[in-house]
Design a protein around this ligand. Structure first.
Ligand code: XMP
Length: 315
């Protein structure tokens, strides 16, 4: 049985003995990286620099929210504006594995530069058990290369520190609550961010569509849960499909984009069931997306597939 207090005590000792010099951590704002930042800053204080990369692929309002969180945690931090770098390496890339690897590599190169400037030898990462199990560890087959695992280049200069390596998400949340990390209940968000919710080419225009659709899905589901119409699913979001379909708008033929809504229930993300969202809520989502984004999106569908055979994300 997992004991969060024991885990914290042991990992503080491990970090203190392992991380002898300076370290940097990539903070996305998610529970994994924020717990790591809290743990490592407890262990080594100002020798840690937290970096949030604004990749241009983040959700609506996310950069401001993470800045606020880092500020309130009293951690040494820096925000990098790297949208052009990411859209640059993603140009023309359609294959999901290539996307993940291109993003992983770009992250690492940016961090190597920041680490050199800061004089850090260590890179702290919030890798958790499902990340490396699904990325293929020799015993398990590769399902998808989680960007913090599969994207690491062979010639990486930094030493890795991954305090959450053996933990599953529900255990990370227990640790987060003990450490008062604000994102303890935040739904997971993949490392490659909205790029894996944008099937086909990742362009600023496509990301803007999926960003707004994700925002609407999150907002409508959170409102419905707050009004007691449903329980909050484990994860809920939208993805943009790389297809067009025929519709009608103001009596004219339209040829628009399709957004898929996904919401799942799971304990550890290794298997999942699609959430049986009330039709009333699905209707509110669909109506809001097509009325506010009707120039681009003319079709909204709901994904009713479990994992397996699907995965939670679409890429
Ligand atoms: P899948 O899509 O593999 O996702 O069923 C399982 C959980 O992991 C999240 N996910 C990621 N998390 N880096 C991460 O840190 C990644 O590259 C990544 N890809 C997927 C996904 O959102 C779900 O919660």
């Amino acid at each position: 049985m997992f004991n969060a207090d024991e885990f914290i005590e042991k990992s503080l000792e491990d970090i203190k003995s392992k991380v002898t010099g300076k370290a940097i951590i990539a903070c996305s704002g998610g529970v994994d990286s924020m717990v790591c930042a809290a743990l490592v800053s407890k262990a080594i204080g100002d020798r840690l620099l937290a970096i949030y990369v604004d990749s241009g692929l983040m959700r609506k309002g996310e950069t401001e929210e993470v800045r606020d969180m880092l500020e309130s945690m009293g951690i040494n931090y820096k925000i990098l504006d790297a949208a052009d770098d990411f859209f640059g390496v993603l140009k023309g890339v359609i294959d999901p594995e290539q996307k993940r690897k291109a993003i992983g590599e770009k992250f690492i190169r940016l961090f190597e530069k920041e680490a050199r400037d800061f004089g850090a030898e260590f890179l702290v990462q919030g890798t958790i058990a499902p990340d490396w199990i699904e990325s293929g560890d020799g015993k398990h087959k590769t399902v998808k290369s989680h960007h913090n695992v599969g994207g690491l280049p062979k010639d990486m200069e930094m030493k890795l520190c991954e305090p959450l390596w053996d933990l599953y998400k529900d255990e990370v949340r227990q640790v987060a609550r003990k450490l008062n990390v604000r994102s303890s209940e935040r739904q997971p968000f993949p490392g490659p961010a909205l790029s894996v919710r944008c099937l086909g080419e990742v362009t600023p225009e496509n990301i803007a569509i999926v960003r707004e659709a994700c925002y609407i899905v999150e907002d409508e589901i959170q409102k419905a849960a707050a009004a007691g119409k449903m329980d909050l699913p484990w994860q809920y979001f939208a993805a943009l499909l790389p297809i067009r379909s025929v519709g009608v708008r103001a009596d004219e033929r339209a040829y628009g984009r399709t957004v898929v809504v996904r919401a799942v229930l799971t304990k550890d993300a290794m298997t999942a069931k699609y959430a049986q969202i009330p039709y009333e809520v699905l209707d509110a989502i669909s109506t809001r997306i097509t009325s506010t984004m009707g120039d681009t999106v003319n079709r909204v569908v709901y994904d009713i597939t479990n994992k397996p055979p699907a995965t939670i994300e679409w890429e």
